[in-house]
Write a new protein. Structure first.
Length: 283
């Protein structure tokens, strides 16, 4: 049974007004437990609207959302459970930090779950370790942290609730390359160690290619493609038609193949280096 099942989901903004807008329309998709799904699409394609339905933050105008087989649209108990089963980390989550210390901020979610104090402390320590925050930072004010540390502290606050599904909306936005790589590495490590399902919303096809097991492409409020990285990224022509570009390294490999080199597809620099090194060794 899939951990997430969406059936014919439609959501309208400003319903019944002259400015009514269909944000997502008749979306159906299933996501298996343990997948790391990258969700990509141009601005306004419906990415954020879709994921905000998965923990009940938004209610659909029609359709169903099932989390672990339970209908969170029509079942109030299942809807309450989804708030903890599905952790949603918004874009620029550091703007939501507010407590006196980093430790208290990370503990906020578990406290709302009414967990025992010793369990809350364990979860704070585990979550901080997952995101790479040093223990000495826990007693600091979150506002004394660097930009990247604030981002990781905010993500740790969601991870501390130990959700079955972790959703991150543009978690690397505004970070420098080093900070971006740290966040991506943390996400990959978290999924591998916990077996949790992770949904990563991003504009960066390079970031998605580095860590995703599957890719979901949104276009004009509908699902354009859903499959493995290779299945989706190999459709470079269609991706460009809907306003997306495959990674730069993929374009280079396309040119190399057009010039007679026999190379597999590459969507990350590391994979490109591996393939070129292998090809050179076989000459």
């Amino acid at each position: 049974m899939p951990i997430i099942s969406v059936e014919h989901l439609t959501h309208l903004y400003n319903k019944g007004t002259p400015s009514q807008n269909t944000a997502i329309e008749d979306i159906s998709v299933e996501i298996e437990k343990g997948e790391l799904v990258g969700i990509i699409g141009h601005t306004g394609s419906g990415k954020s609207t879709l994921v905000q339905h998965l923990n009940g933050l938004l209610k659909p105008d029609s359709g169903k959302v099932l989390i672990d087989g339970k209908d969170i649209v029509n079942d109030k108990k299942a809807a309450r459970e989804a708030c903890f089963k599905v952790g949603l980390c918004f874009q620029y989550p550091e703007y939501q930090l507010f407590e006196e210390t980093v430790e208290k901020d990370i503990a906020f979610g578990p406290k709302n779950m009414k967990l025992p104090e010793d369990e809350i402390k364990k979860r704070v320590v585990r979550a901080a370790a997952f995101v790479g925050l040093k223990p000495e930072l826990l007693e600091k004010s979150p506002f004394d942290l660097s930009g990247g540390e604030k981002r990781r502290a905010a993500i740790a606050g969601v991870i501390a609730m130990e959700p079955q599904v972790l959703i991150l909306d543009e978690p690397t936005a505004g970070l420098d390359p080093s900070g971006r790589d740290k966040i991506l590495g943390m996400i990959k490590n978290y999924r591998e160690q916990t077996g949790s399902t992770v949904l990563l919303v991003s504009h960066s096809m390079e970031d998605i290619a580095k860590i995703a097991t599957k890719v979901l492409v949104m276009n004009c409020g509908k699902i354009e493609m859903y499959g493995s990285v290779d299945e989706v990224y190999s459709q470079s022509g269609r991706l460009r038609e809907i306003g997306l570009n495959v990674p730069q390294v993929s374009k280079i490999f396309d040119i190399l193949r057009q010039n007679g080199l026999k190379l597999d597809n590459a969507y990350t620099v590391d994979r490109a280096v591996e393939l070129i090194t292998k090809a050179a060794a076989n000459k």
